[in-house]
Design a protein around this ligand. Structure first.
Ligand code: ZN
Ligand code: MN
Length: 480
């Protein structure tokens, strides 16, 4: 966020994330829950809202909801379903079964890689709507020639996760979604694919004078389908509000639409109040009261979550838990490699550096390769022991990450034969006798010449010498 546009103001962000659950079937019927099928093929009287059909709750969906709740440190509580009434073509029943005043999960928190905690107000269950496609008019409803509706998604189970307004920048909001996605994927409850709509983010943005603790009037922004859009939308919206307030106007509470093409938010509709939806208890479902044993069993089966993994990696490598390399390594699922290095008593800090820089960069371009931990540890050792220079180690690492194999064999193929200290000493002696004048000056204390000699050693060995070792040897030789 640029400081000049926001100077004197603080941005306040809260997020509502809808997450589709990875169940086999929909929330209240046996229709398949799968992305990308032929439109209107996974439908039945229940999810089409035909008269006389009755919903039956999907137990797997409840289990996923509990996993999410406990992973977010929420209280899992007895809850009930409500009807949220509104009319829209993508909702065949003209109401959505959701949870209202008693959600299954309440009062939790999520820890960002920075260590900051963001409060979770609730994480409730509800069903998804169908999907409308506007044909013509640039895909927007205004100016469209006609619209198509696909009910395959109607009735797909969702958990809606509502945060406290605890975020203070676009970056923090992005970190939150990134972290939440990692948690959802780790629990197995969702595939977390933003591009397929499995994860959909709405964002509440307000601003207030720096130092103020009161909340300003917020706008809700919809239609951001990437982390990049989310960040851009928040920056734009905050600056827009600064302009409104600075020119003596007031922010109107409304829902705004993010337009990726023009990089702006546009007023969509004035914000609905809860009473607009005429919530009432869903008469066709009993209340939901998972037993304590079930909740405990679900919780016990949760995997180690990203925040804890970061703590473990940081401790193992002896660095700060909030540090960038640790977050990167855990985000990419490379922490097992750091831990393998620790277990083998090799240089974990070096392993962390190589993974967070070289390997992370390479994976960003090429996708994930199955990296063999033992072989990786061997390579870390080769670099640490000076068998390879750091430049050579990075070259070997690149080939190793791309194609696997044995680091020693790769090094040999690349001509990075380990240079023994004997051989290095020989090269150093040759270089000294070939440059007596310079050696005289170096011996008398002209330390600048160390670079000259190291360069000569490098040339004499065809780049194979460990330059750090060569430097040490030259200094030692001078002192003798
Ligand atoms: Zn159905
Ligand atoms: Mn919702």
């Amino acid at each position: 966020m640029s400081d000049d546009t926001l100077s004197g103001w603080e941005v306040v962000v809260g997020l509502e994330v809808h997450c589709e659950l990875r169940t086999e079937t929909k929330l209240f019927c046996g229709c398949r829950n799968v992305f990308g099928d032929e439109p209107n093929t996974n439908v039945c009287p229940v999810c089409l809202g035909l008269p006389g059909s009755l919903p039956v709750l999907n137990k797997q969906a409840v289990e996923y909801a509990i996993r999410i709740g406990r992973a977010l440190h929420c209280r899992v509580q007895p809850s009930m379903f409500h009807r949220k009434n509104y009319f829209y073509p993508d909702m065949p029943k003209d109401f959505q079964i959701s949870q209202y005043d008693v959600p299954v999960n309440a009062d939790g928190w999520l820890e960002l890689p920075s260590g900051k905690r963001v409060g979770i107000v609730r994480a409730h269950m509800e069903e998804d709507t169908g999907k409308t496609t506007h044909v013509g008019g640039g895909g927007r409803i205004h100016g469209a020639a006609h619209s198509l509706v696909d009910y395959n998604r109607a009735g797909v189970p969702l958990v809606e996760i509502v945060s406290d307004p605890d975020m203070r920048s676009a970056d923090e909001a992005r970190d939150y979604v990134d972290e939440l996605r990692a948690i959802l994927v780790a629990t197995g409850a969702s595939d977390g694919k933003m591009e397929e709509g499995s994860l959909r983010v709405d964002c509440n943005v307000s601003i207030r004078p720096q130092g103020s603790t009161a909340l300003g009037t917020r706008c809700e922004i919809k239609n951001m389908n990437s982390l990049r859009s989310l960040g851009r939308a928040i920056v734009y919206e905050a600056s827009r509000q600064v302009e409104v307030l600075s020119s003596g106007g007031s922010v109107v509470q409304e829902t705004r639409h993010w337009d990726e093409a023009d990089g702006r938010t546009h007023a969509m509709r004035s914000k609905e109040e809860a009473f607009d939806y005429r919530y009432f208890p869903e008469p066709d479902l009993v209340s939901l009261a998972p037993s304590q044993e079930w909740v405990r069993a679900v919780e016990d089966a949760l995997p180690v979550l990203p925040a804890e993994r970061r703590r473990r990696v940081a401790e193992a490598a002896g660095v700060q838990a909030g540090s960038e390399p640790v977050a990167t390594v855990v985000r990419l699922g490379l922490d097992a490699l750091v831990m393998a290095t620790v277990a083998a008593k090799a240089d974990a800090a070096l392993a962390l550096r190589r993974l967070a820089n070289e390997v992370a960069g390479q994976l960003a371009e090429s996708g994930v390769h199955d990296i063999d931990p033992d072989a990786f540890v061997r390579l870390v050792r080769m670099e640490h022991d000076g068998e390879l220079t750091s430049a050579q180690a990075r070259t070997v690492l690149k080939d190793f990450v791309a194609d696997g194999g044995d680091p020693k064999a790769i090094a040999r193929q690349l001509g990075f034969e380990a240079m023994g200290s004997q051989e290095l000493a020989g090269a150093v002696e040759t270089v000294i006798s070939a440059n007596p004048k310079e050696w005289e000056r170096f011996s008398c204390g002209d330390d600048k010449l160390v670079g000259f000699f190291v360069g000569k050693v490098k040339a004499a060995t065809g780049g194979k010498a460990d330059l750090r070792a060569a430097t040490e040897m030259l200094r030692r030789r001078r002192g003798a």
